[in-house]
Design a binder for this molecule. Structure first.
Ligand SMILES: [Mg+2]
Length: 121
């Protein structure tokens, strides 16, 4: 079975970069440009893992995460934060999100992280 990754980011450049990178790795990749879109996507079909931007206009990543956790408590999530967003990271960890990367991130590092998480779920 092909693992499905959901990329959530308000910046098109980031979505495109991650789409290309993970397609190349053989994953199925879905994209959402907002928290609301992410929730709708998860409602339709639960991805194996979510790469979630924290800073987005409207519903931010943390708020989207709370709703998504109601749909699937065990869903794997990697937060994408900016440098210094420690308060957001702390709050997301309370919601059970253990992994995060700081933007600008190293693509290979992110690929390894995704692989490592998918190997244990
Ligand atoms: Mg953003």
């Amino acid at each position: 079975m092909v693992e499905k990754i959901l990329v959530v980011d308000d910046q098109m450049g980031v979505r495109r970069l991650l789409y290309e990178a993970f397609k190349e790795e053989g994953y199925e990749v879905e994209m959402a440009a907002s928290g609301l879109e992410a929730i709708e996507t998860v409602k339709k079909s639960i991805p194996s893992i979510i790469l979630m931007d924290m800073k987005m206009p409207g519903m931010n990543g943390l708020e989207a995460l709370k709703e998504i956790k109601k749909l699937d408590q065990e869903i794997a999530v990697i937060m994408m934060t900016a440098y210094g967003e420690l308060e957001i990271v702390a709050q997301a960890m309370k919601l059970g999100v253990k992994e995060y990367i700081t933007k600008p991130f190293d693509l290979n590092e992110l690929k390894q992280l995704v692989k490592r998480i998918l190997a244990v779920i």
